[in-house]
Design a protein around this ligand. Structure first.
Ligand SMILES: CC(=O)N[C@H]1[C@@H](O[C@@H]2[C@H](O)[C@H](O)[C@@H](O)[C@H](O)[C@H]2O)O[C@H](CO)[C@@H](O)[C@@H]1O
Ligand SMILES: [Zn+2]
Length: 339
């Protein structure tokens, strides 16, 4: 297990594909810049629909093997983004995809939505105390668009951040995450991008989504950070394509299994909800680590003691893949929104 770089970013998402849709360019940029990017995905996406007809048998109401298939899609997406540390919350399959809000899958035993928040937060505290990130990214309280797993991922991430900082909780040294952001999309930007879709590629997909279908749409005054990932447009598009059962990509646009086209944005937007913004004078931050003190890397010995996984320490450490050497995505020669 390698010592970790000075800058460490943790993202918490509900299903394989959300990370690429919401933060693909941000993840690729920071991985390429040598920061340590850790992705925790809370479910395997077992209840998703399947776009390619040839793969229809994977679905939950057929062979119910979509979850394992999507772990492979996620691994391929991480390779495109240059992210080497991605884990499933509590280990692959610990929490199952809950389906869309109001479906019977919501109450299924093992469904993420049905899990007590503190039970689900416990393995995430282990990751936080191991990796000791300065920055956390997750969804707003509505999960971006009201999906139960997204709402639960928000709740679990925010709760785990609090528990990880509490010296009275669990084993391992407490860790306080300095800055917490929620995923946002700026309304005026996405409205303009939809106009571009309607005028340049009206028939790219059978239909076109509505602005308010885009997760996390917010007015400009709620957005505090704007990350230009245009140099990584190709990496983001490739990562989204890797999630082939869920996403169809056509140039600077994409559609989910609902066949409704929407813009593929490579400037990604965030709302700082905990911590102090690094950009002075009310300007938006252009770096999620802005304002943080320059610190050294995180040595392995410190991490093992911190997470309680040092030899002779208490039970277990987090399940999931381990960080390798950060190998970032290559900046594209292409620039500009979309791939
Ligand atoms: C982006 C995202 O969160 N996708 C989820 C979502 O999938 C949607 C769902 O299948 C819906 O019925 C479709 O109309 C829509 O096109 C899909 O994006 O919910 C799935 C089930 O919980 C989940 O697996 C998928 O990752
Ligand atoms: Zn999702």
């Amino acid at each position: 297990m390698k010592d970790l770089p000075a800058r460490r970013l943790l993202l918490v998402h509900a299903h394989p594909d959300d990370e690429s849709i919401n933060n693909g360019a941000t993840m690729a940029r920071y991985a390429a810049e040598g920061a340590h990017v850790t992705l925790v995905t809370c479910t395997l996406g077992e209840e998703g629909e399947v776009i390619p007809p040839a793969l229809a048998a994977l679905a939950a109401d057929r062979d119910d093997v979509l979850g394992p298939h999507r772990t492979g899609e996620l691994a391929a997406a991480m390779k495109e983004l240059g992210v080497t540390d991605h884990r499933f919350l509590g280990g692959a399959g610990r929490f199952r995809d809950s389906g869309m809000m109001g479906t019977e899958q919501n109450e299924r035993p093992g469904a993420f939505w049905a899990a007590p928040v503190d039970e689900a937060a416990a393995p995430l505290v282990e990751v936080i105390r191991e990796v000791r990130p300065q920055v956390l990214v997750t969804y707003d309280p509505d999960g971006g668009y009201g999906h139960p797993d997204h709402i639960q991922a928000h709740r679990v991430a925010m709760r785990a951040a609090d528990l990880a900082a509490d010296p009275a909780y669990g084993t391992g040294a407490p860790h306080t995450i300095t800055k917490i952001y929620w995923n946002r999309v700026e309304r005026s930007v996405v409205e303009a991008a939809f106009d571009h879709l309607r005028t340049t590629a009206p028939d790219a997909f059978p239909g076109i989504a509505a602005v308010d279908d885009v997760p996390g749409v917010a007015d400009g005054d709620e957005i505090t950070a704007e990350i230009d990932g245009s140099a990584y447009a190709g990496a983001k598009a490739a990562a989204m394509r890797a999630h082939a059962t869920q996403i169809a990509v056509d140039g600077p646009f994409f559609a989910l299994s609902n066949d409704l086209g929407q813009p593929l944005l490579t400037t990604e937007y965030y709302q700082l909800v905990r911590g102090v913004p690094g950009a002075g004078g009310g300007a938006r931050e252009s770096d999620l680590f802005a304002g943080l003190p320059e610190t050294g890397g995180l040595q392995e010995a410190v991490r093992e003691v911190a997470s309680g996984s040092a030899p002779g320490a208490g039970p277990g450490s987090a399940s999931g893949s381990r960080p390798g050497s950060a190998s970032g995505a290559r900046p594209d020669s292409a620039s500009g929104e979309g791939a």
